[in-house]
Design a protein around this ligand. Structure first.
Ligand SMILES: [Zn+2]
Length: 287
């Protein structure tokens, strides 16, 4: 906020002409006690409104996130809520509007079925995968890349990912074809535009995602082996033109060796101004 604008706003709250403040008159107006009280109250109310107006992102370890929007939408992504890095003793979200599942591998489907059952959330994913999950008809939102859905104040776009996708109903059952893997762009009214890439390598069409949806924060895998490593994630960040990257899909198993520090180093090499936002599992972060 510019100083003049700030002065006008403060002046307005105090019930005096903003112009005097804007011109730099430093004198405190002789405001009656009631007006001062009202001003303090207004300031507190303003602060509370600003806090509740934030988008909150909580990482559950691996590729699992819970996003809460200013408009009250709760969106769970790849909810493997029992992964080795999941917050200890944390209770699952009570109310969930939408569950987004990027592909059929166990470390992404996770507890989708149980969470959907508990919360009656709708489940968005590839047509084939959602069919395999056997959800009640009202909850299964099988779709594909190009699809767009509205959940309260969030607009969710399904986009491509470069990976594979199969689903095993249980560890002894054969793997079944689960459609194409997906990523998700979540545009939040009065909030950030998040891009959760799912499991993927870096790919040229990330530039198209940037052009179409202008994501501000990318949730990208950095572990390597099954996905991008930090060097490739730095290239992806450049294509996506995002302000920050939240690293995911690392450290869960020894094979996923990439680290947020390595990503920071790689971003520096590309002279990118993109920030690395390494989240702590279970801690809600306002974006
Ligand atoms: Zn996978």
């Amino acid at each position: 906020m510019g100083n003049n604008l700030k002065a006008v706003v403060v002046g307005a709250v105090l019930g005096v002409t903003g112009a005097a403040f804007a011109q730099g008159t430093p004198t405190t107006p002789a405001a009656p006690k009631a007006a001062a009280k009202a001003a303090a109250k207004a300031a507190v109310a303003g602060k509370a409104a600003a806090t509740s107006g934030k988008t909150e992102v909580t990482w559950w370890g691996h590729a699992a996130f819970v996003v809460k929007t200013p408009g009250g939408a709760v969106i769970a992504i790849d909810p493997w809520l029992t992964n080795p890095k999941a917050p200890q003793g944390a209770t699952w979200p009570e109310a969930v509007d939408a569950i987004l599942v990027s592909h059929g591998h166990f470390d992404h489907v996770g507890e989708t079925k149980a969470l959907a059952q508990k919360t009656s959330a709708k489940v968005y994913g590839s047509f084939e995968l959602v069919n395999l999950l056997g959800l009640p008809e009202a909850q299964g939102m099988g779709a594909n890349a190009g699809g767009t859905f509205t959940v309260k104040d969030a607009t969710i776009h399904l986009v491509e990912a470069v990976h594979s996708s199969s689903y095993q109903a249980d560890p002894k059952a054969p793997s079944q074809y689960a459609g194409a893997p997906l990523g998700f762009v979540i545009q939040i009214a009065n909030g950030p535009t998040l891009y959760h890439s799912g499991d993927t390598g870096a790919f040229g069409s990330m530039a198209l995602i940037a052009e179409q949806f202008k994501p501000t924060v990318a949730l990208l895998p950095i572990g390597g082996h099954f996905t991008m490593d930090p060097a490739q994630a730095a290239v992806a960040a450049k294509l996506l033109k995002v302000k920050s990257v939240v690293p995911m899909h690392y450290g869960t198993f020894p094979a996923l060796a990439g680290t947020p520090d390595a990503l920071t180093t790689e971003l520096k090499k590309t002279r990118a101004t993109t920030k690395v936002l390494a989240l702590e599992p279970g801690k809600a972060t306002a974006l």
